[in-house]
Design a protein around this ligand. Structure first.
Ligand code: AR6
Length: 175
């Protein structure tokens, strides 16, 4: 993989709701009306206006994405995407890749410079992190190769163990 693309990608640990980026991505469900995990954390941190705007969106299909404002978040926007339930789909990798592509396309179309992703589907939806990491990183690399925007993408992992999975895969691509 070209070094210039990998320079635009990073992985960190932390709470995605604290990030000061143009958009954070929400691992939502098809209703877009909130839930647990990172979805719950984002709605709590953004405040009730986020839910009000989400009510106008008429939900979202698996693999697609919709954008809202960030309200009380430091992030200017939230891009809501719906990951696959790992055990329910025959093509989870394709659907997960679609989440990353749709989110990045919205960021590009809205002229956003920076985007932060959680590990979509890797909590309640049961996607194994190692597998999801490859799909996530490969899809983001492919997209950035063909697009100057967003300039930067960051993967925000909840804990050191999860971060190590991403660090290891990114290091292998750098070789
Ligand atoms: N910052 C970063 N990552 C987080 C945070 C946070 N604040 N909180 C959790 N994670 P999940 P899913 C990680 O379950 O699997 C919701 O109820 C978490 O450790 O949030 O796509 C929705 O409404 C895990 O690695 O999302 C849907 O119904 C990752 O974020 C359903 O869960 C994703 O875990 C979506 O399930």
């Amino acid at each position: 993989m070209e070094a210039t693309i990998l320079d635009r990608i990073s992985a960190v640990t932390g709470d995605i709701t604290k990030l000061n980026v143009d958009a954070i991505v929400n691992a939502a469900n098809r209703s877009l009306l909130g839930g647990g995990g990172v979805d719950g954390a984002i709605h709590r941190a953004a405040g009730p206006q986020l839910l009000e705007e989400c009510r106008t969106l008429n939900g979202c299909e698996t693999g697609e994405a919709k954008i809202t404002k960030g309200y009380n978040l430091s992030a200017k926007h939230v891009i809501h995407t719906v990951g696959p339930v790992y055990s329910r789909e025959s093509n989870p990798a394709e659907l997960l890749a679609n989440c990353y592509k749709s989110s990045l396309a919205l960021a590009r179309d809205n002229h956003l410079l920076s985007i932060a992703f959680p590990a979509i589907s890797c909590g309640v939806y049961g996607y194994p992190l190692e597998e999801a990491c490859k799909v996530a990183v490969d899809t983001v690399c492919e997209f950035l190769k063909d697009s100057l925007l967003p300039e930067k993408a960051v993967f925000v992992l909840f804990g050191e163990r999860d971060l190590q999975v991403y660090e290891k895969y990114l290091a292998a691509l750098r070789e």
